[in-house]
Design a binder for this molecule. Structure first.
Ligand code: PLP
Length: 472
């Protein structure tokens, strides 16, 4: 049979010109940024794969919706539209908007966690864990072992290991576990999905122990795509129906709408419990804004409502994940070590293997992200020891099993040609990997250090990438 490709289910109506820079300019820019891609100015970036958070392109419908913003302080029409859409697609009873995902995480952690509590989850997420710890809790990872194995081809590497969960309950007691935090398309594992069978089993275990199950629904739509594609029994289900089923096993969710929901800012907290929802509506006034705007403008709520309805369309999610797979296939064919199978929102380069000459203390993923930027102006981000931070008890650096560079693909923003340019740069660095040297940290912020930490090259030349012979 002849090949049939997917293509983007949209055409381009407006363009944003990109800044082109020289390698010398980029060397200067990354040195000024302390070799931290988070500290680069976006005008110095060519292809920005730092994150898929808030970087989506909105549709003409969403922009039109922005003009329908009802900027009333209380009872905005757009809030009611959002509430209706969230109830329809996510299925929860109560919806409290927040300025972004961490606003919802803050409120949930504050309401449910008491000092000394333990919150199990399938791998940590930076802001989620930070809020659990701020509330006095401790995060306990109960994800399956395959998640930590970059070479495992298991289809649902985000799955919870139920035995690990049971052992934790036996050890600390269900009374010390306020809720289970279940993440979809587990970000730090490489965007690896959770199966519906696993979600159902986690839900049953939680109910047995009287523990709430809260979903981090940030990437639940992308997770629904993998269930449809990989889990027996769901091939004929729509994305919307799978999403509803995922949520149906849980008691509520936090959500960063800056990801799946196709907006530049926004989030929400959902709860089925009436009393808890009442408490959330009290808290949101203190930290975000009234419960009918949650720190957002009416127009933002409208764009979010429309974005959610667009996010669950089959052709959208096919093209979104398809583009990620396209980049992954180019790199895999060239032998670049990446986390397999390719997840929902980006390519995760196994930096420890890519730069196997570099000790972990020299932050190989941080160094590789800096070198990639110098080579081609592609901005990636570190997801390894810098992101993992320090152990809350011992204060020692955590060296997670996965030391990754994330190439995160914004939704509906870049073309296949941008993916080709990115792949060619990564492959060229891989072929010249001995030219990349390590970094030492010179400034370390107290919280979420990866955002603002600064580094310098350990090499006597003062360079992270020896460009000798490179002719670009
Ligand atoms: C982005 C993200 C968050 C936090 O959301 P923000 O909108 O950035 O505050 C929480 N969980 C996951 C899985 C995320 O990807």
């Amino acid at each position: 049979m002849s090949r049939r490709s997917w293509a983007e289910p949209f055409k381009i109506k407006m363009v944003e010109p990109l800044q082109m820079t020289t390698p010398e300019e980029r060397e200067r820019a990354i040195a000024e940024a302390g070799y931290n891609t988070f500290l680069l100015r976006s005008r110095d970036v060519y292809i920005d794969l730092l994150t898929d958070s808030g970087t989506s392109a909105m549709s003409d419908r969403q922009w039109a919706g922005m003009m329908l913003g009802d900027e009333a302080y209380a009872g905005s029409e757009n809030y009611y539209h959002l509430e209706e859409v969230v109830r329809r697609y996510y299925g929860y009873r109560h919806v409290v908007p927040t300025h972004q995902g961490r606003g919802a995480e803050h409120m949930l952690s504050r309401m449910l966690i008491k000092p000394g509590d333990v919150v199990p989850g399938n791998m940590y997420f930076t802001t989620t864990r930070a809020h659990q710890e701020l509330a006095g809790g401790r995060f306990a990872d109960v994800i399956c072992d395959a998640a930590h194995d970059a070479s495992s081809e298991a289809p649902f590497k985000g799955n919870v290991d139920l035995e690990k969960f049971e052992r934790l309950v036996a050890k600390v007691g269900a009374a010390r576990i306020p809720y289970f935090c279940l993440q979809c398309c587990v970000n730090m594992a490489g965007g690896q999905p959770v199966s519906l069978g696993n979600i159902e089993a986690v839900s049953a275990a939680c109910r047995r122990h009287g523990i709430r199950l809260m979903l981090d629904a940030t990437r639940a739509v992308e997770n629904a795509w993998f269930i449809q594609q990989r889990e027996p029994g769901y091939a004929s289900w729509s994305i919307a129906d799978i999403l509803l089923r995922i949520c149906s096993f849980t008691d509520g969710c936090t959500n960063s709408a800056k990801k799946d929901c196709l907006v530049n800012i926004g989030g929400f907290l959902c709860l089925n419990d009436d009393a808890l929802a009442e408490e959330a509506r009290n808290l949101v006034v203190l930290f975000e804004g009234l419960h009918t705007y949650g720190g957002l403008a009416g127009r933002d709520l409208e764009a979010m409502a429309i974005g959610i309805t667009e996010s669950v369309r089959q052709e959208h999610i096919h093209a979104r994940v398809g583009q990620v797979e396209y980049l992954g296939d180019l790199l895999t064919r060239a032998g670049v070590p990446i986390v397999r199978p390719v997840g929902g929102h980006g390519i995760f380069i196994n930096a420890a293997e890519f730069l196997d000459h570099m000790p972990r203390e020299e932050f190989p993923a941080q160094a590789l992200a800096a070198a990639l930027y110098i080579d081609s102006g592609v901005r990636a981000m570190e997801r390894g020891a810098v992101s993992a931070g320090r152990d809350a008890d011992t204060g020692k650096n955590i060296y997670p099993s996965l030391e990754l560079v994330r190439l995160t693909i914004p939704r509906r923003v870049y073309t296949q040609a941008h993916m080709d340019v990115t792949a060619e740069s990564v492959i060229s660095l891989f072929e010249n990997r001995s030219r990349v040297s390590g970094l030492r940290m010179t400034f370390e912020p107290k919280y979420l250090r990866f955002f603002q930490a600064r580094f310098e090259p350990v090499h006597p030349s003062g360079r992270v990438l020896d460009r000798a012979g490179a002719g670009r």
